[in-house]
Design a protein around this ligand. Structure first.
Ligand SMILES: Nc1ncnc2c1ncn2[C@@H]1O[C@H](COP(=O)(O)OP(=O)(O)OP(=O)(O)O)[C@@H](O)[C@H]1O
Ligand SMILES: [Mg+2]
Length: 224
């Protein structure tokens, strides 16, 4: 069973002469235990692809299945529940809450999702690995881009989701950190049997990926 499946998915924005086709007849599946990379230039449809995959927006046509459930058949509430319990998003804009310290960003996860978050020891190891401990008392506007990016990754992983969807998670990181994050994502996919899907233009991540797709003008093609 695929954990994520897109069948003939297209997404258009706007109408008439200003219409943009962001995704064209995309077919895609992802399974547990693999790190999948989707590589493409700016404007190629990466964020659109990822947000549709995670049920954050609906396609214009085609079908999206998350853990074998067609999301258009789910109530809003049921979809929210799946997103909360099954999917960890690392979004392009990080989406940290501006008035909360880094520590409180994690506490917020505890409030929204009350169970099955990472046990303390594993969480400490994650903070350590991503170099977040010195940042715990800071607010998002006191963080550099790379620091905010690492906090956003840790926050997504803290909820211990089965599916991790990451949008340009390494854009602000130096090469050493990119390698760490690449290894971490591969480890999570392989050891914990999760599905990790990363959209990026960062080809430094390619060595860690089990599968690689290119996306160009909204068209997806597998290259590995
Ligand atoms: N909400 C929207 N309304 C109108 N057009 C949109 C919307 N979202 C995306 N688009 C258009 O769809 C196309 C794909 O956008 P998308 O954000 O998916 O690209 P991307 O590959 O993530 O780019 P980047 O690397 O710059 O983040 C672009 O032409 C964009 O302008
Ligand atoms: Mg994008």
């Amino acid at each position: 069973m695929s954990v994520l499946q897109l069948t003939d998915v297209s997404k258009r924005f706007g109408s008439g002469t200003s219409q943009v086709t962001a995704l064209k007849d995309v077919n895609f599946t992802a399974d547990n235990g693999e790190l999948v990379l989707i590589v493409g230039p700016s404007g190629s449809g990466k964020s659109t692809f990822l947000t549709i995959l995670g049920g954050l927006q609906q396609p214009t046509s085609g079908q999206v299945k998350i853990q074998n459930q067609a999301i258009h058949q789910l109530s809003k509430r049921a979809l929210e529940k799946i997103r909360l319990n099954e999917i960890g998003f690392v979004l392009q804009a990080y989406n940290l809450v501006p008035y909360l310290t880094v520590t409180d960003q994690f506490k917020l996860v505890d409030q929204v999702k009350k169970s099955a978050n990472l046990p303390t020891e594993t969480f400490q190891a994650l903070l350590n690995e991503l170099g977040i401990e010195p940042l715990l008392k800071k607010y998002p506007d006191e963080l550099s881009g790379g620091q905010a990016q690492r906090v956003a990754i840790a926050r997504a992983l803290y909820a211990n989701p089965n599916i991790i969807l990451a949008d340009e998670p390494t854009a602000a990181l130096d090469t050493a950190r990119v390698e760490e994050v690449g290894r971490m994502f591969a480890h999570i996919a392989h050891q914990q049997k999760k599905a990790v899907i990363v959209v990026t233009h960062d080809t430094r991540l390619e060595t860690y990926a089990d599968k690689i797709y290119n996306i160009t003008d909204g068209k997806l093609s597998q290259v590995k």
